[in-house]
Design a protein around this ligand. Structure first.
Ligand SMILES: Cc1cc2nc3c(=O)[nH]c(=O)nc-3n(C[C@H](O)[C@H](O)[C@H](O)COP(=O)(O)OP(=O)(O)OC[C@H]3O[C@@H](n4cnc5c(N)ncnc54)[C@H](O)[C@@H]3O)c2cc1C
Length: 316
């Protein structure tokens, strides 16, 4: 096993494997990926594999757009079929306000040249005859959306990465990072199975790396702690939600980490009710999109919030 590499990627989920693959693809010769368990054993294993192209963020939309094209070429390159199906995504709205939100998605898509259609209830029915449309205000339809098997696409990327010289080592957990001014000294512990559990052994090695990329998914908080950083795994927005408005949403888009104007909640808008929560004074003032009240059909069903998504090249 190598102990000196140019780039060390930590985490063998869709994101880490995608990063290792792409570093090799772009010419980095000396790349290693470490996974504490098995490839895809993290949240990648649980994902539905939907590729929601409806995004509010330009960077995420670019990533998804790139991923859809990339997945088409991966089978030819690796011989592994990752179950990629382009079936379109029909996202329905029951209120005019929800349709307004979809139009914001539409404007992002338009800017990036991603095809979408705005559908009336009658047009929805033409596309999906089994549906009841009496309570629908309309829909947004994305013909190039689809789904893929997340574990299979990760394995395909791993195979592609290995073909390009990336070494992938499983059952090695990273337990410490030290920067000496020139390179990283990364402490790694061999993991072993005992009584059905994965536990650290006494065997440890130090890997020296010029660059370290952590892609540890749900373990990100632990990783951050090892690096002396405090990051929330989930953005906090306790208590009552702000009233949904396109203006507040645009404010959030422009300054996701800043403060911006929201209409403070009235009792009837609270979710959860005030009795169950309140604004947390130490939490950043953020606006979270409302849970979707729209019904969805089709292979791809986009969602609010960041899903990490078709994480071909996304970094944590
Ligand atoms: C139920 C469910 C449904 C979902 N559906 C969708 C969907 O339809 N579409 C979509 O785009 N996204 C979906 N997601 C989200 C998606 O699964 C994640 O965004 C994505 O899998 C994250 O990949 P990752 O590589 O960052 O994390 P993970 O897959 O969690 O990979 C992290 C890896 O790092 C390893 N690791 C952690 N710490 C260490 C360490 N110290 N040393 C070595 N290795 C370490 C872990 O063992 C793990 O294998 C869904 C998620 C869930 C839970």
């Amino acid at each position: 096993m190598k102990t000196h590499v140019k780039a060390l990627v930590v985490g063998g989920g869709a994101v880490g494997t995608g990063i290792a693959y792409h570093l090799a693809k772009y010419g980095w010769k000396d790349v290693m990926l470490l996974e504490r368990d098995e490839l895809t054993s993290g949240s990648t294993w649980h994902a539905a594999g939907l590729l929601p192209l409806f995004n509010m963020g330009y960077a995420t939309t670019h990533l998804h757009d790139y991923s859809v094209e990339f997945y088409k070429s991966l089978e030819a390159e690796t011989g592994l079929n990752a179950g990629f199906s382009v079936v379109g995504n029909l996202r329905m709205a029951q209120t005019k306000e929800r349709m307004d939100e979809y139009m914001l998605y539409g404007s992002t898509a338009e800017t990036l040249g991603i095809e979408y259609q705005k559908l009336t209830p009658n047009q929805i029915k033409e596309r999906w005859p089994l549906i009841r449309t009496d309570d629908l205000a309309g829909a947004i339809y994305h013909p190039t959306d689809g789904y893929i098997n997340p574990a299979d696409v990760t394995m395909a990327m791993a195979k592609g990465a290995r073909q390009m010289g990336v070494s992938i080592e499983r059952k090695w957990q990273v337990d410490g990072y030290q920067w000496n001014g020139d390179e990283w000294k990364v402490t790694c512990t061999k993991m072993i199975e005992k009584g059905g559990n994965l536990i650290p052994s006494d065997e440890q090695i130090i890997i020296t790396a010029e660059h370290v990329v952590t892609a540890t998914g749900n373990h990100a908080q632990r990783t951050a702690k090892l690096l002396g950083i405090k990051i929330p795994a989930i953005r906090r927005c306790r208590g009552a939600r702000p009233r949904h408005s396109a203006r507040a949403w645009r404010g959030y888009q422009a300054h996701p980490r800043g403060t911006y104007e929201v209409n403070l909640p009235r009792a009837r808008d609270s979710h959860p009710p005030p009795s169950l929560g309140r604004w947390s004074p130490d939490a950043p003032e953020i606006h979270r999109p409302l849970p979707s009240r729209g019904r969805r059909v089709g292979g791809g069903a986009s969602r609010h919030g960041s899903q990490g998504a078709a994480a071909a090249v996304a970094a944590q």
